[in-house]
Design a protein around this ligand. Structure first.
Ligand code: KG4
Ligand code: ZN
Length: 336
């Protein structure tokens, strides 16, 4: 079964075609980073406009690369939540129109589930159940994936996402947007014990995350140093900040592995590209004797292929949508 999928939840427009949930036939991605860079973050109105300009060309490109026509695909999948609502609406409306005009089924895909599914594209042996952590620019979600479409969200960030915090500190240190990858490189040269940044826990919610306190502590550290005219060691800041993020991830995963006893552990999302986080989680998985699955670096960020992959499993479970589908910006524990 061939699924054509569209992704437009944030600052990447993507169209991709995937066969049977596992084999990428084509994947076109247009990043808007250059447009948002000068503002230091994603400007929602610019994102929506850029998605509108790109979506049909990318869709045509994905079909051409796969040497297919719309008639040859079996269904149209689209990210409908969570994300920037104006950005999501571009993909949702385009997919609805395409599905209506071609008479193909429409599949609404949760972006977080899509990130998890990026692992199905590079690990043929991976199948649920497993414990999954999605860490991205906009989301931090810990889930028990009981089946391809049976998700139980057990932990979520109460405030900022991990990637948001990385990007903010990078920006205050004068690194361009998005700063996650550069923070990763910088941290390699720093001392992770140099600055004692906080590791927040959420009372009575052992799997929830909170990164706003860490973000504020790091911003205050940088501002105080600058007000005193002190030279900061950027590598030490990056290393200490990254160590705090690694510790919170290790702590939540360790609890969840003990409590849920999952047969495998899966990481996904833009921040799962971070080499320090990968190393921390690998060590944890080895110590708990549990197999770890990580997406290849090219599939960590937003892409349509992961939406097509999850779309395949949604349609197999009978989860199709109709012309009344709407975008929904919210990510919460209770609705998948
Ligand atoms: O998954 P993604 O493309 O978008 C969302 O769904 O939000 O993730 C983008 C995020 C950005 O915040 C970026 O800085 C971060 O992933 N990122 C990283 C690394 N590479 C990308 N964060 C930390 N270390 C990295 N190596
Ligand atoms: Zn994402």
């Amino acid at each position: 079964m061939k699924i054509l999928a569209l992704e437009s939840s944030c600052d990447e427009t993507s169209a991709a075609i995937v066969e049977d949930g596992r084999r990428i036939l084509s994947c076109k991605i247009l990043s808007q980073i250059e447009m948002h860079k000068r503002f230091g973050g994603v400007v929602p109105e610019i994102a929506s406009r850029a998605h509108t300009e790109a979506v049909s060309t990318l869709t045509r490109g994905a079909l051409e690369e796969a040497k297919l026509n719309v008639e040859d695909v079996d269904a149209i999948a689209v990210t409908y939540r969570p994300g920037l609502v104006g950005a999501l609406l571009v993909g949702v409306n385009f997919a609805k129109a395409l599905a209506y005009a071609s008479g193909k089924p429409l599949i609404a895909v949760n972006h977080i589930r899509g990130h998890v599914a990026s692992n199905y594209l590079c690990h043929p042996d991976l199948k649920p159940p497993f414990l999954a952590l999605v860490i991205s620019g906009g989301h931090t979600s810990l889930m028990m994936v009981n089946s391809y479409t049976g998700y139980e969200t057990v932990g979520i960030t109460r405030d900022d996402a991990a990637g948001e915090a990385f990007d903010k500190i990078a920006r205050v240190m004068g690194i361009g947007y998005p700063g996650g990858a550069e923070m990763d490189a910088l941290a390699k040269a720093g001392n992770k014990k140099a600055i004692p940044f906080p590791r927040a826990v959420v009372k009575d919610a052992p799997y929830d995350f909170s990164y706003s306190g860490l973000k504020t502590a790091a911003v205050n550290y940088l501002h105080t140093a600058s007000q005193k005219g002190e030279e900061i060691n950027r590598a030490d800041v990056a290393a200490s900040f990254t160590a705090a993020v690694c510790d919170t991830i290790e702590n939540r995963l360790s609890h969840a592995i003990s409590d849920f006893n999952p047969p495998a552990l899966v990481l996904a999302g833009g921040v799962s590209a971070n080499s320090h986080i990968r190393e921390t989680v690998k060590k944890l998985a080895d110590s708990k004797n549990i197999p770890l699955y990580l997406p290849q670096l090219s599939l960590c960020g937003d892409n349509g292929a992961m939406i097509a992959s999850q779309g395949y499993y949604e349609i197999l479970s009978g989860n199709t949508s109709d012309i009344t589908l709407n975008a929904n910006p919210v990510n919460d524990k209770f609705v998948n």
